[in-house]
Design a binder for this molecule. Structure first.
Ligand code: FAD
Ligand code: NAD
Length: 477
């Protein structure tokens, strides 16, 4: 380990490794510290990547079942859980191993260990397997320590049947029944995986709808599917107690959303707690610096991602929402450019959000819900996928594409999509919002036929009352 470096990055998730790689590409001397053997962080080891590998398997299972409607019948699937896990692990190892190679090629000093601050210019790093810390002085540090799962308040149960996202991604078995606590991103994605594998899934969500924050018209489409794949979806309901029972975890529910005839206590083979994530801002020795932490536990940063301590930057989940990998990596680039002396700011107009369920749900820019909260006048156009040729060929007409537009300038302020492939389609929406495209730009852009991408163009045509496949004349001014 060197004794000093120009830049040290603490945490090698998508924020940290992107920052370290970019800093090295700009010619800086870089060290990257993380407890894992290779870069990757939560996203690659226990988040985005393993969950998407499992969701792909779920998609195949669901498609195979759906095929019966087209006259193609497969037998009941046989699930080899070891092989399934091996597929997921192979994907993770391939990606993280690749990042390890890329880090070496860039001559980054990768230190497998945990870092804390001795002072605003010195780290104390305890390497894996060692007890005594070593010191590393730096000109600039970037804190990219990410986040960890939140726990259920008041629940102290320790049980192998009680899972967080990390243990659920290990797919220890295919339980007969699973309670998912929290109807957000993780609960719905992992609930989808387990339901496809054959588990009876119940979702409990404390607010009055799934995915709070997303537009209701989009969520409603997804909610119908989630309800059909689940035993029950209990809204406005909370888990108030959990205890180990003979054959599972006995859970007590409370809330106005609980149907009158539903039992208040039920036993599940497994329980997944997915009620949000907390920032890892308790970096040892942070109090020896001027770095400030907000009441919600996020590290405070300015638009360039610099903390109150001029030598220290922070990026990713540890600085705030949305807690998404692509937000972290873009912040990493901004921090590095600021360190390189450029005047930069992280000020995106649109950060895409994608829930990789079936159907996928994606949005970017201004949502209709936020426009209403801000009392901002917008025109919302919707294109139902029942009118899309491509959706019909896929036998998936349950989707919808919507544009949130400024009525005066016709500018695209936000895009929302629900339907298979929404996660890929939303990138066009992000480009439209970032480039200040207006409805005419989107309408006049020739989209390939027959594709689901046409639904974005047709949503713009709806604005002019001209959509080929939807008749909705424009109101006279
Ligand atoms: P992280 O990826 O959390 O990495 C932080 C790293 O810092 C970790 O390796 C940690 O061990 C290390 N660290 C912490 N403290 C120290 C210390 N003191 N010293 C050294 N190292 C330290 N986002 C998406 O955009 N798309 C998805 O599809 C998606 N799916 C997800 C699925 C799941 C199940 C989960 C849990 C999350 C998912 N996310 C997804 C969120 C995404 O994983 C995070 O937003 C992203 O990983 C944040 O990146 P980061 O660089 O801020 O930190
Ligand atoms: P989340 O914030 O998405 O959802 C948590 C849900 O739990 C909310 O709906 C909330 O109302 C509910 N909840 C909270 N306390 C509860 C309680 N006591 N009982 C019942 N419901 C309760 O959080 P998450 O699903 O844990 O995911 C964490 C974060 O990770 C996400 O916000 C997202 O930033 C990231 N993530 C992203 C993706 C993706 O991009 N596809 C996938 C997974 C995770």
């Amino acid at each position: 380990m060197p004794q000093s470096t120009q830049v040290v990055v603490i945490g090698a998730g998508p924020g940290g490794y992107a920052a370290a790689f970019y800093a090295a590409d700009l010619g800086m001397q870089v060290a990257l510290v993380d407890p894992d053997v290779n870069p990757g962080g939560v996203c690659l080891y226990r988040g985005c990547i393993p969950s998407k590998a499992l969701l792909h398997v779920a998609d195949v299972l669901n498609e195979a079942r759906h095929a019966e409607a087209w006259g193609v019948t497969f037998g009941a699937p046989k699930i080899d859980i070891e092989k399934l896990r091996a597929f997921k692990t192979k994907v993770v190892n391939q990606l993280t191993g690749g990042l390890g190679q890329l880090s070496k090629q860039r001559k980054i000093t990768y230190i497998q260990g945990t870092a804390g601050f001795r002072d605003p210019r010195t780290l104390e790093i305890t390497r894996e397997g060692q007890s005594q810390p070593e010191t590393l002085t730096f000109e600039h540090a970037i804190i990219a320590t990410g986040s960890r799962p939140s726990t259920l308040p008041g629940v102290t149960l320790q049980s192998p049947r009680l899972m967080d996202s990390t243990s659920a991604l290990e797919v220890p078995d295919v339980p007969g029944s699973l309670l998912v606590v929290g109807g957000g991103y993780i609960g719905l994605e992992l609930g989808t995986v387990y339901a496809a594998l054959g588990t009876k899934v119940t979702v409990v969500e404390m607010t009055d709808g799934l995915l709070p924050g997303a537009d209701r018209d989009l969520v409603n489409v997804l909610a119908r599917r989630i309800e059909s794949m689940s035993e029950a979806v209990l809204l406005k309901t909370k888990v108030v107690a959990m205890k180990e029972a003979k054959n599972g975890i006995a859970v007590t529910f409370e809330g106005e959303g609980l149907p009158a005839d539903a039992p208040k206590e039920r036993t599940f083979d497994r329980v997944l707690v997915s009620v949000g994530r907390r920032p890892n801002s308790a970096v040892p020795g942070l109090d020896r610096t001027r770095v400030k932490v907000t009441a919600r536990g996020f590290i405070e940063v300015d638009p360039a991602r610099r903390t109150a301590e001029p030598s220290i930057y922070a990026i990713g989940d540890v600085v705030g929402e949305p807690m998404l990998a692509h937000k972290a990596s873009h912040e990493g680039r901004v921090a590095v450019e600021s360190i390189a002396g450029e005047r930069v700011a992280f000020e995106p107009l649109a950060i895409p959000a994608v829930v990789f369920t079936d159907p996928e749900l994606a949005w970017c820019g201004l949502t209709e819900t936020d426009a209403r909260k801000q009392k901002r006048e917008v025109t919302v156009t919707r294109f139902p996928w029942a009118a899309s040729g491509r959706a019909l060929t896929l036998d998936r007409t349950d989707g919808m594409t919507k544009l949130v537009l400024d009525p005066k300038t016709e500018r695209v302020l936000g895009v929302g999509i629900v339907g298979p492939g929404a996660g890929e389609l939303i990138a066009e929406g992000v480009l439209a919002v970032e480039m200040g495209a207006n409805a005419t730009d989107v309408r006049m852009t020739i989209h390939p036929h027959p594709t689901l991408s046409e639904t974005i163009m047709e949503s713009a045509e709806v604005f002019f009352g001209q959509a080929t496949h939807v008749y909705r004349p424009r109101k006279k001014a």
